[in-house]
Design a protein around this ligand. Sequence first.
Ligand code: GUN
Length: 296
Amino acid sequence: MSATIIDGKAFAARVRAQVAEHITRLKSEHGLTPGLAVVLVGEDPASQVYVRNKGKQTVEVGMTSIEHRLEADTSEADLLDLVRKLNVDPKIHGILVQLPLPDHLNSELVINTIDPAKDVDGFHISNVGLLGTGQTSMVPCTPLGCLMMLRDHHGSLSGLNAVVVGRSNIVGKPMAQLLLGDSCTVTIAHSRTKNIAEVVGKADIVVAAVGRPQMITGDWIKPGATVIDVGINRIPNGEKTRLVGDVDFDSCAAVAGAITPVPGGVGPMTIACLLANTLTAACRANGLSEPSGLTA
Ligand code: GUN
């Protein structure tokens, strides 16, 4: 194996430490404590674990964490009422409504009811438009985490060929916008892309976000390329299961210059960037300078 392993766990710990340091200063110099509200509807087990981790890490960096756990049969009107209350609560700087929502709730309507300035997921249509036009926005957490790791590894990304595999609204599309913002030449490849191995083979940077276990293999990768694996897939492993990415790690690590593992790569960066976004939102709401290195 020749590739440098990009340690997302260690990177995320550094991001959280930076966030915590900034919050200590906000508290002492401005009497300001950033607050994050997380809304969970229903009892999806994976969402519960995720929300618990968010709450724990929010408190660890010195923010206020507010959790609203609503019954699975909560009406849309009640959920929208809660979002509107959080929108005008001055102690709350970030609002996250955990997805997926139960089927009877319109996710788009709920997300687009969040005040865009408090939309720390970056999913509100206003933030999508601001990012697409290169204006200041809230940026989705997972692509922001990937961008931070890429900037750290490469310094400048200018002029590099980047291929994003996957076209989701949550990762693929915003990732492509961010790479374009850093002056990469960007291609989005997806399930209908012809000669996808050849397309990926031209990339200096590959970001894999398709949700297909170990789809990208070493023979697709240009020697020395940087491979960022956003996938989290559970596959059978004897009696048990194990987590793998969208990238076949062993074969890609033999060819790539740098690669993120699964687990321990992009995964830990998502919550770290959520905390960074909440800090950014709190600074903007109070007319204070933004933390450097923690935004796009
Ligand atoms: N469910 C899984 N990941 C996420 C996320 O990043 N944001 C929200 N709102 N829901 C999720």
